[in-house]
Design a protein around this ligand. Structure first.
Ligand SMILES: [Zn+2]
Ligand SMILES: [Zn+2]
Length: 815
């Protein structure tokens, strides 16, 4: 009688033993090749939810697989611990963000340990601790020295009545939470990183294996456009200004311009607005200041604007072009002014319709007869109504118009980017202080490296005021200038937490190094990351920032590679009841409940099996029960003993089972290699079925049985590490299964059994083909039709029927 599979008992036992034995601690001294498998570290929100499990458990399976394959695998874990949610949660609970965060980390660490992952906990990093953020500050200083950090103006929320900066949470529908005044956006000096210097390089993803959609998102985010800057003459030139410059990628449409749109913040607006339009224009500007950029650019929003009562002249035809302002044009992109061509731009078309502006066609759609357009025509076409350029295809028109403008001095070809510099200042408490000092004599002075870390004071009042809480913490603010020793003040803003996560993967290489952010030799050994897994939502923030960071460090000579993450993989999302899980819908799946009922290994295997990892899928209770039954079957199968019956079919059966086992090893290996986890589980289930059947029939020798059984456990070890370890011990093998080598298959033995098919044309033997015994009819027909030797018999003939006799022949009937 076999003891019952009791996952709770064995899982706890092995987790303790692995920890005691430090089974998963890794060292750079290993003779094995290195493999750095990284999962995006979690934000310290408090509890591991299903999304964490779905990100981490399959990643651990893959890392375990690489380990058994003979790699020295670093699979570390840490915590992204600074940031606004901690601060807000701490405020609402009335406890200090540090206390709240550290409690959450304790809880999450316990949950992560229960997952049975191979994390090397001796390498844990926590970004809110001084031994970590000291180096975040150090990197800030390095970027500053390299000319990559600078101070510039950026908008903040400003209440004109309270005369103060407001946090986003204090702005309710555009109004001040305290006094009800309309909030405006006002520029404040803040710190930026010059990520735009790397714009071109960030668009390239050479030498790295990343999902195409992430690469496209990054390229679109950087948004490089080749175009032409064109100047329009002011109808009534000012003393200083004689023209307005616009950037366009479509100079071929210049003769279709019927209005120009400036960003409301454009410096010329105040100067150009005619007296009768002043009130209307000012009101519009005030309104647009109350919106965020995202609101201004949102596609759902109706585009509106105001005519400012002034004109420019289109130099190509002398046409008078009215100037409008509209908030969908941003000062920070291009020149802050756009030429509007309503016939050939959707947004301009809608705007022209709304305000009854002319819509002349200058690029003819196919079969166009001069009629009015019902919608903007944005496809290529032939230039019309464009004077000397008429008849040119628009691609040639782009060049011809640009040449003409350059010749006349009215324009020049240029490149613009959508990417802006990275604003890293936060007027909040829970972040790494920016290590800069303002001296009345010396100006901006960096904190000397030897004085790092600039500690975050524990006793600051951290309720949000919009201004940095550190501003009111006198013992923090007041300091002396490191250069001239005069009384000076510290920078009181803290850093964007994306700064902390831009380099954490370097820290894992030597987490306790206290002389540098990393030990150069150890970092060189592990980096770059071989496989980075996490959510696709990080495409344009974290993943872009980390790439920028590495390129900047490379140029400083601190690292010798170009890209941090060689291979990137994004897992999908687990949903429930056809919807995203959320507390309000009441459809949240808590993994802990399943873990305590069915065991960790079942949850792990189920998450692998539920759907292709990159797609994600729907949580299904009957699905996880099925997986639980399967692991119970494995348990009983392995421990049930084996007695060989006397079967005449043994030789054939044994050959079949060896073939299936070798094929399974090949398939499981390839599936793991290619991150096709769900099909990997399916094939392991099939192997379990084959072995059960062979055992029932007593159809194989004991040595064949043992060989197959051991291979099943080895293949299962990454997915169900506790079950595999327990069974491995119980059948008498030595500890630990996780130190065993990954099984290898024999290509010869994995070969499908082959048969010879006769190929006939109209009943006459014309060819013989060797095919796998398990060939399907469709495959057999296909192979027969592609045979070179048959070409002569089939030429000029029509195939009217194909007769297939399984295992014997394919007969092509032709006439
Ligand atoms: Zn106010
Ligand atoms: Zn000074």
């Amino acid at each position: 009688m076999v003891a019952r599979y009791n996952p709770q008992e064995i899982e706890k036992k092995w987790q303790q033993k692995w920890a005691d034995d430090r089974l998963y601690e890794v060292s750079e001294a290993s003779p094995r090749p290195k493999w750095y498998a990284l999962t995006m570290f979690p934000y310290t929100s408090g509890d591991l939810h299903i999304g964490h499990w779905y990100a981490m458990a399959p990643a651990d399976v893959h890392a375990r697989f690489k380990r058994m394959q003979g790699y020295n695998v670093l699979h570390p874990m840490g915590f992204d611990a600074f940031g606004l949610p901690a601060e807000n949660a701490a405020i609402s609970r009335g406890i200090h963000p540090f206390t709240w965060t550290m409690q959450n980390i304790d809880n999450m660490r316990r949950q992560l340990r229960s997952m049975g992952a191979i994390y090397d906990w001796s390498r844990e990093v926590v970004t809110c601790l001084p031994d970590y953020y000291k180096w975040t500050q150090w990197f800030f200083l390095k970027l500053y020295q390299a000319g990559l950090a600078y101070r510039g103006k950026a908008p903040v929320n400003w209440c004109p009545r309270c005369q103060t900066v407001l946090a986003n949470e204090q702005v309710v529908d555009g109004f001040c939470e305290r006094c009800g005044a309309a909030v405006i956006r006002r520029d404040l000096e803040q710190w930026f990183f010059r990520i735009t210097r790397y714009a071109d390089e960030l668009m390239e993803h050479s030498g790295i294996d990343w999902p195409e959609r992430i690469k496209i998102m990054q390229r679109n985010w950087v948004g490089k456009s080749l175009g032409t800057e064109i100047s329009f003459a002011l109808e009534q030139p000012g003393v200083d200004e004689k023209e307005i410059r616009v950037f366009t990628t479509r100079p071929d449409t210049i003769l279709g311009v019927t209005f120009m749109v400036l960003a409301p913040e454009h410096p010329l607006v105040a100067k150009l607005t005619s007296p009768d339009k002043k009130a209307e224009v000012e009101e519009y500007i005030a309104r647009s200041r109350r919106q965020t950029e995202i609101e201004r650019l949102s596609t759902g929003k109706e585009k509106d604007g105001v005519f400012i009562g002034a004109y420019v002249v289109n130099r190509l035809n002398g046409g008078r072009v009215p100037i409008w302002i509209a908030d969908y044009v941003l000062m920070s992109y291009g020149t802050g002014a756009v030429m509007a061509v309503p016939a050939h731009d959707e947004r301009d078309f809608a705007f022209a319709k709304k305000y009854n502006l002319p819509i002349p066609v200058v690029i003819a759609p196919p079969r166009w007869q001069g009629e009015e357009l019902e919608a903007a025509y944005t496809e290529p076409g032939i230039m019309v109504n464009s004077g000397q350029f008429n008849g040119l295809p628009c691609q040639q028109g782009v060049e011809a118009v640009s040449d003409f403008l350059e010749e006349k001095g009215w324009g020049k070809r240029t490149i613009t980017y959508r990417l802006r510099d990275w604003l890293i200042s936060r007027q909040r408490y829970w972040g790494a202080p920016i290590p800069m000092i303002y001296c009345p004599n010396c100006g901006i002075v960096p904190v000397p490296e030897g004085d790092l870390p600039v500690l975050l004071p524990e006793d600051a009042e951290f309720r949000p005021t919009g201004e940095s809480p550190l501003k009111y913490c006198e013992q923090f603010v007041n300091t002396t200038c490191p250069r001239c020793s005069a009384p000076a003040k510290r920078e009181t803003d803290t850093m964007d937490t994306f700064m902390c996560s831009s380099w954490y993967f370097l820290r894992y290489a030597s987490p306790n190094c206290d002389t540098a952010p990393f030990d150069a030799q150890r970092m060189k050994y592990w980096l770059p990351v071989d496989l980075y897994t996490g959510g696709a939502e990080h495409a344009v923030m974290h993943l872009l920032y980390a790439r920028f960071f590495i390129k900047a460090l490379r140029d400083m000579g601190l690292v010798d590679f170009d890209e941090p993450f060689t291979h990137l993989f994004n897992q999908g999302v687990i949903i429930a009841e056809k919807q995203k899980m959320s507390k309000s819908r009441g459809n949240v799946i808590t993994p802990d409940a399943y873990v305590s009922e069915l065991g960790v290994d079942t949850v792990r295997a189920y998450l692998m099996f539920v759907a292709p990892w990159e797609q994600g899928g729907e949580w299904d209770d009957s699905g996880i029960s099925g997986v639980s039954r399967w692991l119970n079957r494995v348990w009983n199968l392995v421990l049930g003993g084996y007695s060989c019956g006397d079967s005449i079919a043994r030789i054939k059966a044994e050959r079949d089972i060896y073939r299936i086992a070798h094929q399974t090893i090949r398939k499981v290996t390839n599936d793991l290699e290619n991150i096709h986890f769900n099909t990997m589980i399916a094939i392991l289930m099939e192997l379990t079925n084959h072995l059960s059947k062979a055992k029932e029939l007593g159809a194989i020798t004991p040595s064949c049985w043992k060989w197959c059984r051991d291979k099943l456990l080895l293949l299962l070890a990454p997915t169900a590490p506790h079950l595999a370890e327990e069974l491995w011990e119980r059948i008498g093998h030595s500890y630990s299964i996780h130190n065993q080598s990954w099984p290898v298959w024999d290509e010869e033995l994995a070969k499908d059994e082959e048969i010879t098919l006769v190929v006939q044309v109209n009943g006459k033997l014309r060819d013989r083909i060797t095919v796998p015994a398990a060939i399907t009819e469709a495959e057999a027909r296909q192979i027969a039709l592609e045979r070179q030797r048959l070409k002569a018999y089939l030429e000029g003939k029509e195939i009217i029927n194909i007769i297939y006799v399984p295992g014997r022949l394919v007969n092509l009937v032709v006439r």
